[in-house]
Ligand binder design. Structure first.
Ligand code: TMP
Ligand code: ASP
Length: 234
């Protein structure tokens, strides 16, 4: 497949057209941002880790019946994915209180959330990705009721599959963010699932093995990313 011109550059990835109109190539960068781009830096090797970890998890999810955009990994940093129209709604699934939920609601970090908490954010950098609910989604015509129903079912199923899988590698899946796209009229899982978009805590020690090390200046960021890749890919 031919890599043609770049059509998009985000904070962590670039997207290129290919000679197949249904497919694009994503290229993962080492650039890291936090707090809606306020904090900027680089995590050496992050692009490789996120590409390989995300592809590994997307393949696992596909094998369990979750429809995703994954097509084929073509290099350490590049993957062919289906070209989707991104639904501008970020879905956050939370098993354990942390991050913005702990801050907003005063729930101590580490508190188990039962049932699981599902949040929506409007994907809009200029507005800082504000939290919204189903009613906002429909009033703003971001997605249909049918699409939101599918998104909720898939998100909870992804949580079940990944929670169990991560547990086997000695990692607690604290929370994560998903994005969905429309491909020939159907909702499929898109974007990435990586240490940039999840909170991973070592099950025994509680050590943070994700982007929180960068957000909170905890040090050993590269080591944490490498650790997660090693646990998942051997
Ligand atoms: P939060 O606690 O900061 O709201 O983050 C919840 C989860 O979503 C966490 O796993 C990190 C992930 N996330 C992203 O992937 N992108 C973002 O822009 C933000 C704010 C969080
Ligand atoms: N991805 C977000 C940013 O741009 C924030 C985060 O991951 O914390 O800055």
């Amino acid at each position: 497949m031919k890599k043609l011109e770049q059509i998009y550059e985000g904070k962590a990835k670039k997207v290129y057209l290919t000679d197949n109109p249904d497919y694009v190539i994503v290229e993962y960068k080492d650039d890291a941002t936090a707090f809606n781009g306020l904090k900027k830096g680089r995590i050496l090797g992050k692009g490789v880790v996120n590409n390989r970890v995300s592809n590994h998890l997307f393949k696992l999810l596909e094998s369990k019946g979750i429809p995703t955009h994954y097509v084929q990994e073509i290099s350490d940093r590049e993957t062919i994915v289906k070209r989707v129209e991104i639904v501008p709604v970020e879905v956050i699934v939370r098993n354990i209180a942390a991050g913005s939920l702990s801050k907003r609601l005063g729930i101590a970090e580490g508190t188990r959330l039962e049932p699981v908490v599902l949040e929506f954010c409007y994907k809009n950098d200029a507005l800082g990705d504000p939290m919204i609910n189903d009613y906002h989604v429909y009033a703003m015509k971001l997605a249909t009721e049918e699409e939101i129903a599918a998104i909720k079912v898939i998100s909870l199923k992804v949580n079940e599959i990944l929670t169990e899988y991560m547990k086997e590698t000695g990692v607690d899946l604290v929370d994560f963010k998903l994005e969905f796209g429309r491909f020939h009229g159907k909702i499929i899982l898109a974007d990435e699932i990586s240490p940039d978009t999840c909170r991973f805590w070592d099950s025994k020690t509680g050590r943070k093995l994700d982007k929180d090390r960068f957000r909170m200046d905890l040090g050993d960021v590269e080591e944490a990313y490498a650790d997660i890749m090693k646990r998942l890919l051997g």
